[in-house]
Design a protein around this ligand. Structure first.
Ligand SMILES: *[C@@H]1O[C@H](CO)[C@@H](O)[C@H](O)[C@H]1NC(C)=O
Length: 400
């Protein structure tokens, strides 16, 4: 009886796998009313910066005896080198990262996309969604959880807080900032052993974590949940800010879309992948295959989960006010995103993905291999952008 009860309770949880954490109606984050259209001025700024850097690289590379053939390789491998650099320049012995996750959870996928892109090595602990004994140590009961061993163990909770914390940390490490500011320059420095200028004080991870305090709140269903302050805000000083966001609007834009991912985009996943009984079964088959389940658990999870989810999917649909055909919302979200990037940028971050690019990609990626994903690729304009992010992350991974 106890096992049966556990199984059912587990299944209840399982149906939330794609969502991982409940939604919450708390107003916070970027200032309201900020327009996120990329004005031509902004675009000019970002691209202008990239364009300026390149002739410099060419000239310098040539002058230093590099061959022109090198250029192609450099272009190709710049991402990989950057990743190596970032890892190499992190403070010694610090930042051993362990990610507790469900592989198919969009919030976990989002964190992985961030870590991979930034070339941060980490270990994965796949959590059994039914017993969850892997995260017994934590009173915070949702995944992802990231443990950082920087002398002592530091536990970070919530995907967006994890990302904001680590991004702040990377930038606050002076040498890394240098690379972020102009990684082509950093590339040259490493290739030709030029001296690195490191003059910025570095914030400790503990200190940064303390900028994102958690608080208890009630969600729409009257359930107590944990919310976090400053979730989408990077704790940068003025110099760091102008390095990362030469254009002020780029920062608000990034925050706005990161929040959009957490508040809207993730809610489209479940209803879409459980839309029909057939899709629900395929989705659970995939969850069970990728996740950590006992043999019997897996069989139960797959069939009971598929049936349960088919019904729960409908409830989610009305809770989040989705259209009757949930695909329409998914297509619209994908096209809204592409439109926000505009025709003149490869990524929202310009020539490199920013945190919003990585978040959207990370969330959509969990649908890969499922009908909803193929439909989205066929019926929206998102594919070229999606493949570019995939490639950018792929290059970073090669380095590890
Ligand atoms: C994460 O949650 C755990 C368990 O509730 C808590 O001990 C820890 O302090 C939290 N981490 C942060 C950075 O708030």
């Amino acid at each position: 009886m106890a096992a049966g009860g556990g199984c059912w309770r587990g299944l209840g949880r399982l149906t939330w796998l794609w969502r991982c954490r409940p939604s919450l109606a708390i107003a916070q984050g970027p200032p309201r009313g900020v327009r996120c259209r990329f004005s031509s001025g902004v675009k000019g700024g970002v691209e202008g910066r990239a364009a300026k850097g390149r002739p410099l690289l060419w000239g310098a590379a040539f002058a230093l005896g590099g061959t022109f053939g090198l250029y192609q390789t450099l272009q190709h491998r710049s991402r990989a080198h950057l990743a190596e650099q970032q890892v190499a320049k992190l403070p010694e012995g610090s930042l051993q990262l362990t990610l507790y996750q469900y592989k198919t959870c969009p919030f976990c996928s989002k964190v992985r996309a961030f870590l991979d892109y930034h070339g941060l090595p980490y270990e994965i602990v796949e959590v059994n969604p039914i017993m969850r004994k892997e995260i017994k140590f934590s009173s915070y009961r949702k995944v992802p959880i990231l443990l950082a061993n920087a002398g002592g163990d530091l536990q970070m909770n919530d995907s967006s807080v994890i990302i904001s914390t680590l991004k702040t940390y990377l930038i606050s490490s002076g040498s890394v900032l240098q690379l972020f500011a102009d990684h082509q320059c950093g590339l040259l420095q490493s290739r030709f052993n030029l001296p690195f200028s490191v003059d910025l004080p570095r914030k400790s991870l503990d200190e940064i974590v303390s900028y994102y305090p958690s608080m208890k709140a009630l969600n729409e269903q009257g359930k107590e949940v944990t919310e976090f302050c400053n979730k989408y805000w990077l704790m940068l000083d003025e110099k760091e800010t102008t390095h990362l966001y030469p254009i002020k609007a780029a920062r608000t834009e990034e925050m706005k879309w990161r929040k959009w991912v957490d508040d809207w985009l993730v809610h489209l996943i479940s209803p879409n992948v459980y839309r029909t009984p057939g899709e629900a079964l395929a989705s659970f088959d995939y969850i069970v295959r990728e996740g950590k389940f006992g043999a019997l658990e897996g069989i139960f999870a797959k069939y009971l989960g598929a049936v349960a989810m088919f019904f729960i999917g409908k409830r989610l649909k009305s809770r989040h006010h989705l259209q009757d055909d949930v695909r329409e919302d998914l297509y619209k979200a994908a096209n809204d995103w592409v439109k926000a990037i505009g025709k003149h940028r490869m990524f929202m971050g310009g020539t490199e993905p920013n945190l919003a690019d990585l978040a959207v990609y990370g969330v959509l990626r969990v649908m890969e291999g499922l009908e909803a994903f193929d439909d989205m690729m066929t019926h929206t304009k998102i594919q070229p952008w999606y493949r570019h992010v995939e490639a950018a992350i792929g290059h970073a991974r090669v380095a590890n």
